[in-house]
Design a protein around this ligand. Structure first.
Ligand SMILES: *Cc1c(COP(=O)(O)O)cnc(C)c1O
Length: 414
């Protein structure tokens, strides 16, 4: 950071403050992670200078010797990691990735089924005010009211009734594993294209801790910056028969020049995910989530769907009589970062919902294990139960800072 510090102290100061925040706080937002120093280096490299519209071997500008090499490497590693027939590593992020899939495989107005937003779906899965909700006829499915889990028989019944052109599976706030095979069978039966959005769980899938939908699904999108622990971006994998349509929809359908520096960082991250250590990481993320969930249950918290099978925990705070927003703000004060979240069948509003959502990908990257998860569960309980006790806040903040300093964040020296 020395060059920025000299040239632009304003920006350098802000980055330094953010570094400190990341170092002394507990990052529990389930969609966040810490990339390695190697990924950071690639992310900040000179490929940012280059235009490379098109694909390896078929570009619209000169000077593509090395952009072709780096993009092809990212593609090959992505295919190996997930066993995919085809991979497009150019999507700028998850939302454009999903949009490209819809643009490639649907006509405007087509019927699509996706999980209801306040049941764990993503805004790109048909939020009425979003592009997906305006351009396509999204029919939402829900989780079961009793179990908080997907009811595949009910999804099948709805699919046969609406005959959608596509069904979107894979979610943003669903703590349980997904029966991909069953989903693919439902799609087959009603004649829908099967689309999996594994943005949240891609790292766990790549690490073998969760089942892989790629063999069963026509098309799969994932962000690269969540559990997969790469740079901010996305990729699309699909069957060979859809490759041309997908590539055309990404470029020139939706995007211009790809971000080759990010693609270089994707290649580095996929290389890391192919190593045996990454399998251990994926397993530990899951073990840590189970340990944290168990501790929260001991403290009387109610977990949506009964627990977790993934990296993610959704807590319904109704019985604790603390709304999600108040909990998020209070936990922020002690250095625990997570987000307020709706719970299925929420009685409150999305701006002030009943729940909080948390996950273990980032803390696991720092090397924290079950023992630390128990302490985190205790701190969350302490803050929620003593939310009116002003003296509690600085005390708990100090305890958390002390523990965090023992677990360095890659790329941050304190
Ligand atoms: C995060 C996420 C996305 C969107 O990714 P962005 O990079 O934020 O655009 C899409 N789908 C799901 C399920 C996600 O969790």
């Amino acid at each position: 950071m020395s060059t920025i510090a000299q040239q632009d102290p304003d920006v350098a100061g802000i980055i330094e403050s953010e570094m400190k925040r990341q170092a002394i706080g507990l990052e529990l937002i389930p969609s966040e992670n810490y990339v390695s120093e190697a990924v950071l280096e690639a992310n900040g490299c000179i490929f940012t200078n280059k235009y490379s519209e098109g694909y390896p071997g078929k570009r619209y500008y000169g000077g593509q010797e090395y952009t072709d090499k780096v993009e092809q490497l990212a593609i090959d590693r992505a295919k190996e990691l997930f066993g995919a027939e085809h991979a497009n590593v150019q999507p700028y992020s998850g939302s454009p990735g999903n949009t490209a899939i819809y643009f490639a495989l649907l006509e405007f107005g087509d019927t699509v089924m996706g999980l209801k937003l306040d049941h764990g779906g993503h805004i790109t899965h048909g939020l009425p005010i979003a592009f997906s909700g305006k351009a396509y006829n999204f029919i939402p499915y829900e989780v079961d009211k009793e179990t908080g889990q997907l009811n595949y028989d009910e999804i099948e019944r709805q699919a046969m009734e609406h005959k959608p052109k596509m069904i979107v599976a894979g979610f943003t706030a669903y703590p349980q594993d997904i029966d991909w095979k069953r989903f693919a069978e439902i799609c087959e039966k009603c004649g829908a294209i099967s689309m999996a959005d594994i943005s949240h769980t891609a790292g766990l899938i790549a690490g073998g801790a969760l089942e892989n939908p790629v063999p069963y699904f026509d098309v799969v999108m994932t962000t690269t910056h969540k559990t997969l622990r790469g740079p901010r971006g996305a990729m699309i994998m699909c069957k060979q028969k859809l490759a041309k349509a997908i590539d055309r929809a990404v470029f020139p359908g939706l995007q211009g020049g790809p971000h080759e520096h990010i693609i270089a960082a994707k290649a580095v991250a996929f290389g890391e995910a192919l190593k045996p250590e990454f399998k251990e990481y994926a397993q530990q993320v899951k073990k840590n989530a189970k340990a944290l969930a168990a501790r929260l249950i001991e403290h009387g918290f109610e977990l949506v769907s009964g627990g977790t099978d993934t990296h993610l925990i959704l807590v319904d705070l109704t019985n604790k009589e603390v709304p999600g927003k108040e909990a998020q703000v209070a936990l922020d004060r002690v250095g625990i970062t997570l987000n307020k979240n709706t719970v299925p069948f929420d009685q409150r509003s999305p701006f002030d919902p009943s729940g909080i959502r948390m996950g273990t990908p980032a803390v696991t990257t720092r090397g924290m294990k079950e023992e630390e998860m128990e302490r985190i569960g205790d701190w969350i309980n302490e803050v929620i139960t003593n939310i009116k006790d002003e003296e509690m806040f600085p005390r708990v903040q100090k305890e958390i800072e002390e523990m965090c300093l023992k677990f360095p964040v890659p790329g941050i020296k304190v």
